[in-house]
Design a protein around this ligand. Sequence first.
Ligand SMILES: Nc1nc2c(ncn2[C@@H]2O[C@H](COP(=O)(O)OP(=O)(O)OP(=O)(O)O)[C@@H](O)[C@H]2O)c(=O)[nH]1
Ligand SMILES: [Mg+2]
Length: 389
Amino acid sequence: MPANLPPEAKAKLAKYSEAKTPEEKIRALEEFLSAVPKHKGTENIRLWARRRLAELREEAEARRARRGGGGPRIFIERAGAGQVVLLGPPNSGKSSLLARVTNANPEIAPYPFSTQQPTPGMLDYKDIQFQLVDTPPLLLDQPSSPINNRVIGLARNANAVALVIGLDNPDPARTLVRLIEFLSERGVVITKSRGLVRIRRDRSVNGVKITGHGRMIGFTEDDLRRLLSQYRIYNAVVEIEGDVTLDDVEDAIFTTRVYKPAVIILNKSDVKGSREKAGEAVKAAPPDVPVLVVSTATGEGLDKLGEVLFNILEIIRVYTKQPNKEPDPDPLILEKGATVIEAARRIHKDLVKRFRYAKVWGPSAKYPGQRVGGDHVLMDGDIIEIHAY
Ligand SMILES: Nc1nc2c(ncn2[C@@H]2O[C@H](COP(=O)(O)OP(=O)(O)OP(=O)(O)O)[C@@H](O)[C@H]2O)c(=O)[nH]1
Ligand SMILES: [Mg+2]
């Protein structure tokens, strides 16, 4: 992007980033938009500013409505081993999917826009459950629709997303590409291969600190500091993952990008012509995102959903036990790569201080009941017995 903004436009943006209330932010953005020249080089940033303005106006509106009581239910509290938000264009079968694989009973209709409110349901997988959240449809051709902002908010808050596209769509491959692009423009990226920059402003940090495992492509730390200082960012932690350009850094000043693990669900495999369209969509999908071809009408392909979600969420199940007793049938859900001490922390934060050693049975144990320390890395299906002071 480097937008080559005139100094007064940059000053307005700085005012925006220093603003505390949505109302102040709205005013600063409006002033910014009138100060920025309209040409190709500023296209992205003007687009960003208009979107952010729409979101802020909506936030301000929602706050006014809440003061009046009630208000729409925007967030769904997480439950189970992971929250997965269903995203897709109208009529793709999001509600049908929720109804088919969970205990929930959402409205299903042959016309678009039948879903108005997010609705959760639980999907059983082995001895755990995933929470699926049905949402109102995304309107890919009406980017500034307030429905979109609400749904994106749900996606940002989730552990993973499922992109649901109907194979009765005239061009599912194109719709898929458009949907992924749409999400990325709003800061939700579904592939890790893309570089990710996070800028956290923090006055207690001395200068600009760069962390993470990423690579800076075509710029130096000095370039980065110079760019940030133009936006009056002097104290911050900049986290870099993957291959990152200076444009990506500038983008990150305006939007916080989040990575969400994803699965692509091509639904309605029972309709005529679906096989060929599914093939094209699979080709168009990012190589590191799994694709399921399913039919919520016949049930085809849906038996794989639980396993795919388990894999993309990168979690493990660990069973705790007391000495001379059977393991607890409800596992702890931990991130892949978690250690014994993290399991202890999950049980009780006091247990970390009192920890002595643990005994482990299962995939990570060299032999049943192996005695290990706090840094022992656990695996899915392990059983642990923690010994404390
Ligand atoms: N043939 C066929 N039709 C399906 C399938 N899944 C859903 N449908 C139909 O597609 C239409 C839309 O289904 P919904 O589940 O309401 O779609 P939605 O994505 O929730 O729609 P919105 O809430 O408007 O976004 C309904 O008529 C469903 O019966 C499927 O696997 N095969
Ligand atoms: Mg629906």
